[in-house]
Design a protein around this ligand. Structure first.
Ligand SMILES: [Zn+2]
Ligand SMILES: [Zn+2]
Length: 284
């Protein structure tokens, strides 16, 4: 039986939100400017052992494609390094790539958490899946590996394959390989952040404790009201910076005043994001 991750108290001081400090025009209350809500028909949780949580051959094919393109980038980088004997730059580039992967995961997560709906072109299924994730966070721990990763693996395949074909620079390939690999595996580190410690491999626990992977307590804050922090899900190293700088809140204000669209995180209490305690009680 899966159990909920332990949730220590929030250590970060509570800061008033920009959207609460700035008087907004009346249309902020108009539902027409809000992102679409979930379709009630599809807003029911899957059952335990539901087939939609299992990997199929299409999922496995995309994950295989994504892993292959990432490994080709890393292999070409290693071959270039061996030939040139220049180690420092590729290692630095790979490290920066890992930082960018965490930052990219946060920006992408913020975007699909707050804007668009299930009918949004290209991103619709991801938006719906992330909204469902807020309602039933435990589901991600029940998804099979390829089922959880295939959408990002497909994007990585399309983005990295052309670079593999035309690029021979070991420094750039190190950056691309580590960054794209981190992005592709971000949903796995996200799943581990929802898994209880007793069910995780010791190496994963060590990497979480060391800050290499986003920790369970760190990510748990994202699933608590007001649902507008800790978006990064690779290492989580950017969360403190992004949340303290209020970059996302500033971007939300710009989008609101420019396009009249308010993010989902402004709606409080937000029933779409509130965890379904009844289902969790059944599951535990
Ligand atoms: Zn989220
Ligand atoms: Zn989560």
């Amino acid at each position: 039986m899966a159990t909920l991750p332990q949730r220590p108290p929030i250590l970060r001081p509570h800061l008033p939100r920009i959207s609460n400090l700035i008087p907004l025009p009346t249309r902020v209350h108009c539902s027409a400017t809000a992102p679409p809500k979930l379709n009630p028909v599809t807003s029911r949780p899957p059952q335990l052992n539901d087939p939609t949580l299992k990997s199929n051959w299409t999922h496995r094919a995309w994950v295989t494609g994504g892993c292959t393109t990432v490994l080709i980038a890393l292999a070409k980088s290693a071959i270039g390094v061996a030939g040139s004997h220049i180690w420092l730059e590729p290692i630095l580039a790979g490290s920066i790539g890992y930082l960018f992967a965490d930052l990219g995961s946060g920006i992408y997560h913020w975007g699909i958490d707050n804007y668009g709906g299930q009918k949004t072109p290209i991103f619709g299924p991801q938006i719906e899946a992330f909204q469902g994730h807020h309602k039933w966070p435990w589901i991600i721990t029940r998804r099979q590996f390829a089922n959880n990763l295939h959408a990002l693996a497909r994007a990585v395949t399309f983005a990295v394959l052309p670079i593999d074909l035309v690029c021979d620079d070991p420094v750039l390939l190190a950056f691309v390989g580590v960054c794209s690999g981190g992005i592709m595996l971000s949903q796995q580190s996200h799943a581990w952040a929802h898994t209880t410690k007793s069910r995780l491999p010791p190496l994963v626990v060590a990497l979480q404790d060391g800050g290499v992977l986003v920790s369970r307590s760190h990510h748990a804050v994202h699933h608590r009201s007001p649902y507008n922090s800790n978006y990064c899900i690779v290492s989580g190293v950017w969360n403190e910076v992004l949340d303290r700088s209020r970059l996302f809140e500033a971007m939300e204000m710009v989008i609101f005043f420019k396009f009249g669209v308010r993010p989902r995180s402004w709606a409080e209490p937000n029933s779409d994001w509130t965890e379904d305690a009844q289902k969790i009680a059944l599951e535990t």
